[in-house]
Write a protein that binds this ligand. Sequence first.
Ligand code: SF4
Length: 404
Amino acid sequence: MVCQLTRTDLLESSTQLVREMVEPGNRFVGYIYPHIPVEIFLAHGVTPSLIRAESKQRGGFEDSLQTFACSLTRNLIAQRAGDRLLLDGIVFPGNTCDSLQNLGDVWRYRFPKDRVFRLTYPVATPDEATVEYFAEELRQLSNWLQESFDVPLLHDRLDASSCLVIAYRKALQYLYAARVYNPLLLSYSRLADLVGDFLSAPSEDTLATTEEVADAVQNEVSEMGAVDTVRSIHEALIRGSLDSLDSELDHSRKRIVVTGGMIEPRVFANLTDELNESAGADVILDLFSYGYKTTFTPPPASGGDPFLRVAESILRAPLEPTQEGLPQRKQFLEDVLMKLSADGLIVCEQSFCDPDEFEGPSLGRAGKDADIPVVRIPIDPELSDRARIETRIQTFLESVNLEV
Ligand code: SF4
């Protein structure tokens, strides 16, 4: 899996291989936990597609789920019970949180004909043993995909799929970096839509749209004379270390950082776009699992066992609240707030999410330590109390604007 293709090469070489994989009529396997091996699914001719919470679907009480299941898992099982999911299979994560573990168990019991695979993640921070363990899990996943869909893993397909995923993340990472420099270059909702497309249907077509947007933003950055600044932000975000960053950033409007776990950037953008406009503030960076954390997954190394390479890439993604490493996550957030000149911090928490609620106070303290206003906002996937959430965000943005 040596990815030395230019963008044009990539599109040409992957045309035959990848296009056939993602055309309508092909198979879709749903997933919930964001760190999945996209390239392995595509190499089996299957499109991995994030299962999102539906705002029209009321989660309600599901007597087979545990009492304190989070609102996201309640919403998902309610969608399945209402036959609203059109999928050919589903992958549940193991070892992430109790709610997902319980959801996977109940799902198998309630819907025994569904194709279900459990991909179990190591909790510990990555080392040689955890990478080897997870590579074996990926091998089992590949076997399951082959048995389920009768498509073997072909190495030329894996190469093409890997290049597609790398190109996708590269374009999205650039857009994240450019917005940190100046969020007026691209609205947060547009970025959230592009990330959402990657999570729903990573394909040559959706990649082309993302690259067009990245090219347009790149031209604007060039006209602003900010190529080097954006490059240094981009490189710092990829390294996951902002220590050496000392860039001049746009400060014409207030700069808001938003953090949290399994919150969709689209959902948050939908809540804030109009408010940002009137409040003179912009989200400059999200640190969500479905946003920054999946976008900044490093590319697999080249050569050697493909499962080991993909395992290492996934495990080296920015750490999740479901993993060890809270001190590192808090430190990174402190660096983000200081080095990226944040004026305010919003900590989003999925309702009844234990990992978010455990992590929230520490993240909030990072904002206090940076001496900027902080607000913690519980968000349920149905946005059943949308008016209250919007009011809280609006009040917060107004208070940020009053700060000198
Ligand atoms: S929102 Fe929280 S509790 Fe629910 S599935 Fe995600 S990590 Fe688990």
